[in-house]
Design a protein around this ligand. Sequence first.
Ligand code: DGT
Ligand code: CA
Ligand code: CA
Ligand code: ZN
Length: 592
Amino acid sequence: MPIHNADIADVFDEIADCLEIDGANPFRVRAYRNAARTVRGLGVELRDLVAQDDDLTRLPGIGKDLAAKIQEILVRGTAQALEKLRARIPPTLTEILKIPNLGPKRVRVLFQELKIQTLEQLREAAQKGDIRQLPGFGAQTERHILEAVEARATKAKRIKLAVARSYVDSLIDYLKKVPGVEQVVAAGSYRRCQETVGDLDILVTARQDSPVMARFVQYDEVKEILSQGRTRSSVVLVSGLQVDLRRVEQASFGAALQYFTGSQAHNIAIRRMGIQRGLKINEYGVFRLDQRVAGATEESVYRALGLPYIPPELRESRGEIEAAGRQGLPKLIELSDIKGDLHVHTNATDGRFALKEMALAAADRGLQYIAITDHSDQLKVAGGLTPSQLRRQLDEIDRLNEELPGITILKGIEAEILKDGRLDLPEKIAAELDLVIGSVHSHFALPLPKQTERILRAMDHPHFTILAHPTGRLIDERDPYAVDMGRIIAKARERGCYLELNASPKRLDLLDIYCQVAREEGVRVAINSDAHGIDDFDNLIYGVGQARRGWLGRDDVLNTRDLAELRRLLKDALVPPAAGKTPLGKPSTQTV
Ligand code: DGT
Ligand code: CA
Ligand code: CA
Ligand code: ZN
């Protein structure tokens, strides 16, 4: 059974959870958390590194002890350290830890005082009013807990796109090696680059005699076979991901790919359009009076309707069919259009690598510039920079810009947007910065008018350049805060500043629907990795996927510009447009 990095990271995270509930030394907890993050973000599979005898202690945050644990997990699938902890701490407690408002201390109190071990017991205790009796809890906390438990129970388990990708790639490689297999494509929400996927839909074409259906259920990561047939099988992988495999005829491949890529809403609209033209469209092809007229390729399906090809990311029934009909589809951005990254951290705050290492890693990936944007002073938990630390960092950037010819380092900061909308920005240094990213990391629960006013006020700061992760959501963990995004986007247009699409797979914020609004309003978006480690630059691809879902083309994205033009655009954001000057016009949109 091959062990993936995500599995190893899960073991480390669970150890950290257990240690935390156990009241262990915070440094130990953090060591496991950091290791989990390192492992998760690694570009290569650890099992491959171990197979070629690489020294794992070269990896950041991995010492001898953790390297040994990685080896152990690769062999046994788990670690003895975790098994020992589980013997004392019921594993279901770590589920309870995921409820917002419940940190390790509270989870421990609930366990010790009320013997609460499961979400179900937590719900019952909250309903009976037992929790409010505990020291440090109260009626309001009890109500929040109950709401959170109920919300979790109704939410179907979905997997983040980036996590799914690590499983998909191995499975596709495996299927491609089966004799007689011709094409293997992952369709469904995965192909549409949706931020999370419910299950995976894979299509194959193969020669008549190919054993592909039998081999699929024999894949060594299959935990459970749900159904098995000649053209369709479903399994659940060890990771919990369900995979549906369908074998289709070559002549139907395009129609099947179109059908199983979805979305359902897009497909219904497409089929309705077909009916109006006397065409029947299904997963086998496009038919006129039972005569197949198209279906071998997706292009042929759309062509039969008089439409150009519609990229999968647009197939959400949000106007793409109408736009295609008038030849008005945007030419979508691609990863190769990204020239730089405007949100990067170093170990001066909560990043894990030195400035130079981050710059070299970015240059390695072909980026022409990065902006260093470490946290500002007020974000104490991330070790925010004092003005004198920032000053030293700026001097270091000057030195490195002389030393490193391949890349330009811009000077920036990720400034806290304080509760009242002031920016945590050392005013004396602000003028020396190339850009200022404003971020909300506190007071998420403000009511909508207050939250909106707070952010609008921050955007009024003359040095404000980019609004980071504009809705604050963490996928599956934290909903967007209550904020009027329409007003924020309108403000960015008036003010001439920019919005970030944070490419971290757990954020993907700006949301796709707001990208579409930003584009219509002529507000440019910066697709940033928010890198805390060198591998995080690889997350830009997820930002690009989300941007494509939001209809963005190259011109709609700030960091597709070469350095000279980028500098001009950053300067444009410096002061509000003077009276009489026309506000930033719509970027010219390329059409195909
Ligand atoms: P997911 O798995 O929840 O992330 O989302 P999808 O979009 O992958 O949905 P899924 O796996 O249920 O089905 C894959 C595609 O197959 C879906 O996007 C459209 C197509 N499809 C499935 N069931 C139906 C249906 O009842 N009607 C139509 N028109 N299309 C369907
Ligand atoms: Ca699916
Ligand atoms: Ca499915
Ligand atoms: Zn950041």
